[in-house]
Design a protein around this ligand. Structure first.
Ligand code: URA
Length: 293
């Protein structure tokens, strides 16, 4: 909670301030406090009262109630295959028709496999596959985006562009130490030209890599960014708003249940900053989750 102070403005923690700034409402909100304090002071002095600053409650988006858990099925509908399990589709049908594709079982081999992957046509235009980056041993957070952007494709690391900067600010404001607590990955490891949305055949070709990454990493929670990644990992093609606001349970290949929360993609928030407050609630929800093993 934001503490009251003896001044007109509430005393904000640096995290709360960072979020207000992130949402672009710090100035308006604080100005409102100043105005209402002035009005209160004027009214009370007119009434001959001793003046004290009356701070109306301004709560940072609260930590949410204990989350309800909804199991995921990791099922993504592919035209022509309604309701089939995405992982089996990917293994059976990914790639160039070369048949079932085995996915490496250890981290180093998986990196090499992804770097050399030709399972879908995205490989033809990439500079390099973007495997993911960050803390690779049971990170507190695994953040999963959609696909590498231009700069990511150049650098070989995810979230290097403007969306990544906003994502970093959001996580920092939620008290997440990105250096020590986060692994970043994408649904699709190669950049779609023109940053178009990856097609379902591309998602399904790549999904086994992400599933293996999750199983090997054993993150404490997963934050998925944007509709496509949310639908793919939750396994439902529900509209995005109904996927948000709930803690889903992602069952890894090794049977570990991992809490999963969906939120807006930071690229979307760049153009629609009014949704940042909702993203803050999603982050708070994710922060409140702990994996049960
Ligand atoms: N960069 C990434 O790595 N992922 C995204 O989803 C967007 C930009």
């Amino acid at each position: 909670m934001i503490e009251e102070s003896s001044s007109a403005e509430p005393r904000l923690s640096s995290m709360q301030m960072a979020w207000l700034q992130e949402m672009g409402i710090d100035r308006q909100l604080l100005a409102r406090f100043r105005r209402s304090a002035e009005i209160t002071a004027a009214a009370r002095s007119t009434a001959g009262e001793r003046v004290s600053h009356d701070v109306s409650p301004m709560a940072a988006p609260p930590l949410v109630d204990p989350p309800t858990l909804v199991p995921t099925r990791t099922l993504l509908k592919v035209p022509g295959h309604p309701g089939r399990d995405a992982s089996s589709i990917a293994v059976a049908e990914a790639g160039t028709g070369a048949g079932p594709r085995a996915v490496a079982h250890d981290w180093a081999a998986l990196q090499i496999q992804v770097a050399n992957c030709e399972a879908c046509s995205l490989c033809t235009n990439r500079r390099q596959a973007v495997f993911g980056a960050g803390v690779a041993d049971s990170p507190a957070w695994m953040v999963i985006g959609e696909a590498p952007g231009e700069q990511d494709d150049r650098d070989g690391r995810p979230f290097q562009g403007r969306a990544g900067i906003l994502l970093g600010a959001m996580l920092a404001a939620a008290g997440v130490d990105a250096e020590a607590q986060v692994f970043y990955a994408n649904l699709v490891k190669c950049r779609p030209l023109g940053n178009r949305t990856p097609r379902l055949d591309e998602v399904n070709a790549c999904l086994p890599y992400l599933q293996r990454q999750i199983a090997l990493l054993k993150p404490q929670r997963i934050l998925v960014l944007g509709k496509l990644a949310a639908q793919a990992l939750v396994g439902k093609d529900d509209d995005f708003e109904s996927l948000r606001g709930t803690v889903h349970v992602f069952r890894s290949e090794t049977g570990v249940d991992i809490p999963l929360v969906a939120t807006y993609h930071p690229a979307f928030l760049l153009s629609r900053p009014q949704h940042k407050a909702h993203a803050w609630r999603d982050l708070s929800l994710a922060r409140s989750c702990l994996v049960s093993q």
